[in-house]
Design a protein around this ligand. Structure first.
Ligand code: MEV
Length: 423
């Protein structure tokens, strides 16, 4: 038996599983049973999933949930979230309700420009390169004409092609920095196809193309979401004290990267869950968001808070490159349903909804952290995971959940309660 293999992708699914089971599974039957349990019963649906990627042997589920009662620009939304982490959806739902009685969320899209670059090397005179670029620029647009035709009909296309001299950073390094408007699609394939056509038309004996690829850094594809209320509405008691404490928590994230990363991770709990549920690329969104958080040269909070004229304000500004057409958005049945639940938003509307999900999540985290701490709520939601780990049956779950109501939950307290019940 060998733990390496050639031609794995050529095997049938059954053969792949057999090879894997024989080489890596502790219990062959158990492992195969688990894989089969996660296979979809509908052959058609399973085939669809199999064809999303290569070497598929089963599916990996995450829970799919709804956070209702979000009011965004006076319109109600129920937000679908795909996430495995306890308490994220519960927190989103609570925050949605909280702000629904305080005017809801207000959002606007600031810009929708996306970027792609042709990276190349040239060791001649910059002035000569500039001259060549200016001569050929129209031809570069022309080279993408067939690719951009449909996009132009939808109001998108290439906005500009710019020559950038990067030789101060790396010897002989230049770029064609290309800006795009991609309407309701995220546009990754469109951008990459355009860039490759541009590179092909641009290259010559002196210009050595290194690569052509979109950038997931989209600081000009920016959305803003905000909540505000009179300070006295922020909390039933000591509202000003808690509002100040909340603002201090944001200020700490702005000066302390150790805290900022966790602060922004909490924001991404909300954002990624909706990005995933709508069939969008959460790795691209996360990479772009974190880079934006570090745009000043220091990694900072993606949210801001202030008190002004007796009012508490809390807002987020975040780059989000999203699509509501193309990619998996209409192909994955649950992604399609998520968009339906969100009332078939445009990409711009989806940017606003997802920014709200991030702001809401950060609000929940900071409110808990600056008051009771997060463990009480978190462990309450985590209780079911612990009970499942300890193989509690339905009856035991019910009794232990009741017994621990209002108490701080830990693995030990649950194990002790279960032990007592069983003996
Ligand atoms: C946990 O997934 C997220 C938090 O740690 C975020 C935060 O600390 O702001 C609660």
């Amino acid at each position: 038996m060998s733990k390496t293999i050639t031609g794995f992708s050529k095997l049938t699914k059954e053969e792949k599983i057999e090879w894997l089971a024989n080489n890596f599974f502790t219990d062959v039957n158990d492992g195969i049973k688990t894989l089969n349990q996660y296979n979809n019963q509908s052959e058609k649906l399973q085939q669809l999933h199999d064809e999303f990627i290569e070497n598929t042997i089963s599916n990996f589920y995450v829970p799919y949930a709804i956070a209702p009662n979000f009011i965004i620009n006076n319109k109600p939304y129920a937000i679908p979230m795909a996430i495995e982490e306890s308490s994220v959806v519960a927190a989103a739902s609570l925050v949605a309700k909280f702000w629904s009685t305080r005017g809801g969320f207000k959002t606007n899209v600031i810009s929708t420009i996306k970027v792609g670059q042709v990276h190349f090397m040239f060791d001649g005179e910059y002035e000569d390169l500039k001259k060549y670029f200016n001569q050929i620029k129209e031809q570069l647009f022309a080279a993408t004409k067939t690719i951009t035709e449909n996009m132009r009909k939808r109001g998108g296309g290439i906005l500009d092609i710019e020559l950038r001299n990067k030789t101060a950073d790396l010897e002989n390094y230049y770029q064609l920095h290309v800006t795009f408007e991609t309407a309701d699609s995220m546009g990754a394939n469109f951008i990459n196809s355009c860039l490759e056509a541009i590179a092909e038309a641009f290259k010559n004996d002196d210009i050595k193309i290194v690569m052509s690829i979109l950038s997931n850094y989209v600081p000009e594809c920016l959305v803003r979401a905000e909540v505000n209320c009179d300070i006295e509405d922020f909390f039933s008691e000591n509202a000003e004290y808690y509002a100040q404490k909340f603002i201090q928590a944001v200020e700490i994230a702005n000066v302390e990267p150790y805290r900022a990363v966790t602060h922004n991770k909490g924001i991404m709990n909300g954002i990624d869950a909706v990005v995933l549920a709508t069939g969008n690329d959460f790795r691209a969104v996360a990479a772009g968001a974190h880079a934006y958080a570090a745009r000043s040269g220091k990694y900072k909070s993606l949210t801001n808070a202030k008190i002004e004229n007796g009012k508490f304000y809390f807002w987020i500004e975040i780059p989000l490159s999203l699509g509501t057409v193309g990619g998996l958005t209409k192909l994955h049945p649950l992604a399609k349903l998520s968009l339906e639940i969100l009332q078939n938003p445009s990409a711009k509307e989806l940017m606003q909804i997802i920014a709200v999900a991030g702001l809401a999540q950060n609000f929940a985290a900071l409110k808990a952290l600056t008051t009771t701490g997060i463990q009480k709520g978190h462990m309450k939601m985590h209780l079911m995971n612990i009970l499942n780990q300890l193989e509690a049956n339905l009856h035991e779950k019910e009794i232990v959940t009741k017994q621990l109501d209002g108490k701080t939950v830990s693995h030990n307290t649950v194990a002790a309660a279960l032990h007592k019940l069983r003996t």
